[in-house]
Design a binder for this molecule. Structure first.
Ligand code: NAP
Length: 322
């Protein structure tokens, strides 16, 4: 991040969807003076009202089509499955020369669903900030969310280079580091680093919950660190994650196949008392954590720097995740 801009980078940014990511973009844009004006729309009037009250947007609109009028940057911040229908709705209202982007956690399906509705003269540059928390809604955002996190852009080869560079500068000014790749490569990488881990978290928490009925509430009572960490991930928004799995089917199934093979290997090692294999695999896995810390993508503090003994909801700051 390079400090506040003297002149805003954009005249009018339109946020379609003002939840965790939309509100964080607003906070970070205000911090660095990236927009003369930020406007937005959401599904419900209550969200637009809250966004106005919090100063996230200067103007709120009932429809996405109204919100994008006159905007030189339009950011779709809704669940992935809605990007196509919203692109169709706003198509005729987009300003010529505008940059249209999104923040969806899946990229190939968004390119497939949005591109047909992008009018001539509008530059569509898909994006995905690899930053988030398990919280959602307009009140959950904060300006630092994107600081030092990666943002991946997946433009088509024919996309206007100036538009791509402008969006890159925007994300850098929001605090991110930017990388460009194809949508398909993005979906493969994110399947293993984000999507499958979420699926495992949802599954393990549900298995424990089913078990809860035969263990007389002991799962909650004695919940250990490992299980608690899974419950944090599994507290993520169900609509957002439903759309991720419906839209990154092939890559997720591919990665789940590999995961199942590796799990079977661990199962066999346990069954046959093969301590050497278990120790080797755990040592390899431990090295991955060290690499993430060395790359500056997480804290080296024990237990993610949590303050033990102060676990009331009000004392816990939003935890970053990839
Ligand atoms: P969120 O907090 O649940 O917010 C979603 C927003 O979309 C809400 O403002 C919602 O409005 C709005 N919305 C839903 N349907 C709409 C419609 N038809 N028209 C206009 N707005 C609509 O979600 P989020 O966490 O910000 O996620 C948004 C996107 O970011 C998703 O595509 C997700 O894949 C991606 N992403 C999320 C994370 C993460 O960790 N959360 C990280 C990176 C990327 P109402 O409030 O009125 O329902």
């Amino acid at each position: 991040m390079s400090g506040p801009q003297k002149e805003p980078m954009f005249e009018r940014i339109a946020l379609i969807g003002i939840g965790l990511i939309g509100s964080s973009i607003s906070h970070a844009s205000r911090r660095s003076n990236l927009a003369r004006e930020i406007v937005g729309s959401a599904r419900t009037p209550a969200t637009v009202e809250t966004a106005m009250k919090l100063g996230l947007i200067d103007e709120g609109y009932v429809t996405a089509a109204e919100a994008v009028e006159g905007a030189d940057l339009v950011i779709l911040c809704t669940p992935v499955g809605l990007c196509g229908p919203i692109a169709k709705e706003i198509s005729r209202s987009l300003k010529p020369g505008a940059i249209l982007t999104d923040v969806g956690s899946v990229k190939a399906s968004i390119v497939r669903d949005v591109s047909p509705h992008v009018p001539e003269g509008v530059h569509f540059v898909p994006g995905h900030p690899i930053a988030g928390t398990e919280q959602s809604g307009p009140e959950s955002g904060f300006a630092e969310l994107f600081d030092s996190r990666w943002c991946i852009l997946t433009p088509e080869p024919h996309t206007d280079g100036k538009a791509v560079e402008k969006l890159r500068s925007f994300w850098e000014a929001l605090g991110s580091k930017v990388e460009i790749m194809t949508p398909e490569h993005h979906d493969l990488v994110l399947a293993i680093t984000s999507h499958v881990p979420h699926l495992i978290a949802y599954n393990i928490v549900n298995t424990a919950e089913h078990l809860e009925r035969v263990t007389d509430s002991e799962v909650i009572k004695f919940s250990a660190g490992g299980f608690r960490d899974f419950t944090r991930i599994a507290a993520s928004d169900p609509t957002m994650w439903r759309d991720v799995f419906l839209n990154n089917k092939e890559a997720v199934l591919d990665m789940l196949g590999r995961f199942t093979e590796d799990l079977t290997m661990l199962q066999r090692a346990i069954r046959f008392g093969d301590g050497e294999t278990l120790h080797r695999l755990f040592t390899d896995a431990r090295a991955v954590r060290r690499s993430i810390i060395q790359a500056g993508q997480d804290t080296a503090a024990p237990d993610f720097g949590r303050t033990h003994g102060q676990t009331t909801p009000s004392s816990s700051a939003p935890a970053k995740k990839r």
